[in-house]
Ligand binder design. Sequence first.
Ligand code: NAP
Length: 465
Amino acid sequence: MPIATINPATGETVKSYDELTEEEIDRRLAAAATTFATYRRTTFAERAAWMRAAAAILDDEVDHVAAMMTTEMGKTLAAARQEVQKCAKACRYYAEHAEGYLKDEPADAEATGALRAWVTYQPMGPVLAVMPWNFPLWQAMRFAAPALMAGNVGLLKHASNVPQTALYMQHLFERAGFPSGAFQTLLIGSKKVEAVLKDRRVVAATLTGSGPAGSSVAATAGSQIKKTVLELGGSDPFIVMPSADLERAAEVATTARLLNNGQSCINAKRFIVHEDVYDEFQRRFVEAMSAQVVGDPMEDGTDVGPLASEQQLHDVSELVDDAAGKGASVLCGGKPLGGQGWYYPPTVLADVTPAMRVHLEEVFGPVATLYRVRDIDEAVELANATEFGLGANVWTDDESERERFLADIEAGMLFFNGNTTSYPELPFGGIKSSGYGRELSFHGIKEFCNAKTVWVGKGSASTSE
Ligand code: NAP
C-alpha cells in the first residue's frame, strides 16, 4: 500500500511519501532509546505542562487539522473538528490525572513481614503504536497522551493512507515542548512492523485495527515476550426492548450506525429488536437512514461522507451484494452511488440469515442489519453469536432486564439507553476477537507501566522468601 494521502471524495492523490529507509528507522529507534533514558526522569509537572501546551495547539489549529483529516479519510468536517477537540480534552485529562493514577500504592506490610511494602508504577520504554485511519488523530492520541504522561516514549506507525496526520502528531508534541525523540512518527508500511517490534529497543506494542493485523503483531510480540494491547474490530449489537423510548432509540440508532461514515469499531452494526416494537422501530429507522445527506464531507449539512478508500467501497459492496443475493431485504440504499469518490449510501438489511457474510463479519461502512427477536433470551443469544465482543448498546427501562443484559452480554463495554462512545474518563476495550487490554482512564495509563513491587525488611531480623 502506498504511503499517500488520496482524497476519498475525489479519488485524487494529494501527496505521496517515501517509506523510511532502514538507516532512518534505526536512527529513530536510537533516538527513542536515548530520549527515554532522560525523559523517564522528567517530573509529572513538566510532562503535564507540555501536554497542556499540546492541547492549546490543537485548540488553535482545529480547523487546519480537521480539514487535513477530512481530506485524508473522508469524515465530515464537523466530525473531524469534534475529534480534534476530543484529543485536546484527552491531553488535559491525562495532564491532570496521570500523577494521581500512578501514585505509589501501599501494600500489606504486616502480612508480609515488611517494614514497608508498596507498588510503584514506572514507565517501560519505547512503545510502538500501530494505528488505523478511521479516527486518525484520536486513535493515536489515546495511546500517546497516557503513554507520554507515564514517562514512556512513543513510536507511531500510522495507517498508510493518513501520513499527513501521522506527521502532524510528531510535530505537535515537538512544538508543545516534549523532548525531540519522545514521540516519533515512522512512515513505514505494515511489512516493516515486524522488524521494528523485534528490535530490542522497542519494549511493547499497541495495535488498533483489524483481527489479522492484531494477530500478526501479537505473534511477533509474543515471540519476543513483549507486552501488547489490542483494540480490534467489533460487530456491536443494538438491542431494543418494548420498554424503551422508541423514538429516541431509533434516532440514536441512526447516529450509532453512521458515525464516522459508518467506519467506527464501536458503530452499532446489528440491530436486534423485540417483536412487539419491531415494525415501528424498522419504520422509524429506515426513514431516518434514508433521510441522511450523503455528499462532500467538506460541506456543512453533509451527514455521511465517502468511505475511506476504494478497497473499503469494494468490501462493503461485496458484503451487501452477498446478503441481497442470498435473500436479504434491502430496505434502503444497497448500491454504491457511482460517479466521483467512494460513496456508499446508508443501507438497512432485513431478513438476514446465518448463511450471509453480514451476519458474521464486521461491516465497516454505513450498513445496518435488522433482526426480529421473540424475547430477551433470543436477544442475548443473538447478541453473543459473534466472534467479536467490543461494545453493546441496549435500550430498556426495565431494571430486571438491565441486570440480565449486564450479566450475560459478552462485551468489553455496555451502554444502556445511550450511544456507545469513548471518553477519556472511561476504560475502552473489548473481549473475544475484539482484543484485550484497555485504553483510556486509569486502566489505559497502567497498561504500559511496570507495576514494581517494593518490599523493605525490618533489618537483620527480616525474613526472606
Ligand atoms: P488494518 O488494516 O488492520 O490497519 C491498521 C494498522 O495496522 C495500519 O497501520 C496498518 O498499516 C497496520 N497493519 C495492517 N496489517 C498489518 C500486519 N500484518 N502487521 C503489522 N501491521 C499491520 O485496519 P484498518 O482497515 O485500518 O482499520 C479498520 C479496523 O480497525 C476495523 O476492523 C475496526 O473495527 C478496527 N478498529 C478497532 C478499534 C478499537 O478500538 N477496537 C478502533 C478503530 C478501528 P497499513 O495501513 O500500512 O496497512
